[in-house]
Design a protein around this ligand. Sequence first.
Ligand code: CP3
Length: 346
Amino acid sequence: MNDLFLRACKRQRVERTPVWMMRQAGRYLPEYRAIRAKADFLTMCKTPELAAEVTVQPVDIIGVDAAIIFSDILVVPEAMGLHLEMIEAKGPRFLNPVRTQDDIDALRIPDPEKNLRYVMQALETTKRILGKRVPLIGFAGSPWTLAAYMIEGSGGKEWKHTKRMMLDQPELMMALLDKLADSVRLYLEAQLAAGADAIQIFDTWGGVLTPDHYKKFSLEYIHAIVAKLHRNGQPVIVFSKGANHSLKDIADIGADVVGIDWTIDMADAKNQIGEQVALQGNLDPSYLYGSPSAIRREVKSILKKFGKGSGHVFNLGHGIFPDVPVEHARAMVDAVKEESVSFHGS
Ligand code: CP3
C-alpha cells in the first residue's frame, strides 16, 4: 500500500510529502456531479456502493495519497433522533432543533452497527475497491460543532441559540456535549473496526469561541473522545478551524496530527508543536482559483516553511470549493509530489 500518509501521521520517514484535500469527494468533480444528478446527497451517503464510488474518485482522478469516506458529520445527530434535510443551495436543516433538557433527554446514543450501519458498509465496500492502493480515513464532527448545528437547526453566523445556551445554561450545554462525546467516540470506534486506517475529527466551528470557551466547550470534549478511544495504532487527526490560539493545548490531548488553517504560518505552527505531533495543512482553499503556476509557488512556500523531515501531511486549510477547476486541484497534488522530494532523504 502507498502508506506515505500513515507514515507522515506518525512522523516516520517518507520519500515525499503525502497529500489529500478536505472535501475532496465533491461537486468540483464532473464525475461526482454525474452521480449526484441521479441521487440526492443523503441517498448517496446511505447507499454504500454510491458512497464508495465517489470516495474513490479523487484517488483515481486527482492522485491523492488518502481517501476519506464519503458521508457527512450530520449523520450522527440524525441517528440520535433529529430529522435532517439537505436543502439545495442552502445546506443542512434540522426540523426539530435541540433547545431544552427534554430535547436532550430525547436524544439517543446511537449504536453505530445498527443506526449508522450504512457508514460501516460504505467503509467495508470502499476498502474492497481500494484494495492496497491508499489508506482510508474515517471521520466525525466534534461535539461542539455538532451541538452548534443541532441547537441552531442549521448553519449559522451569530450562533445565537448556541451561544445563549452556552452562557445562560452551561450545564445544559455540557449535558448535550457529554452525550455527543459518547456518541462520537462509539461511532469512530465502529469506523476503525470497519476498516478505517485513520480518523479525523472536524471541529469546523471551534474558532467562533474565545480561547477560554474553546478549551472548555470544544477541546475538552475532543480530549474526552481521544483519551478513551480504543484503537490499534490508527492515527487521529484533530482539525479545529480558527483555533490557532490553542495549538499547544490541542497537541497535548494525545492526537497524532493537528490540522491547521491557512491563517497561521506553517513555520510558526511547526515551531510551536512540531516536536510533538504531525501537522496537516495549510494552503488557503481559495488559492486553487489562482493559476497552476501560482498554486505551485504557494505549495513550495508551505513545504519550505515546514522544512526538512517527516511529520507533514499536505492539505488545504479547509474544504475545497465546488467551483474550483479540476486541473487546479491536480496542479496542487502534482506540485506537492514533485516539489517535496528535496525535503526528504538522507
Ligand atoms: O471530505 C470529503 O470529501 C468527505 C465528505 C464530507 C462531506 N461533508 C460531504 C458533503 C465531509 C468530511 C464533510 C464534513 C462536513 N459536513 C463538515 C465539516 C468539514 C467542513 O467542511 O467544515 C461540515 C460543517 C458539514 C456540514 C455540511 N454538509 C454542510 C454545511 C453542507 C452544505 C454546504 C455544502 O458544501 O453544500 C453539507 C453538504 C455536503 N457534505 C456536500 C458534500 C459533498 C454537498 C452536498 C451536495 O452534493 O449537494
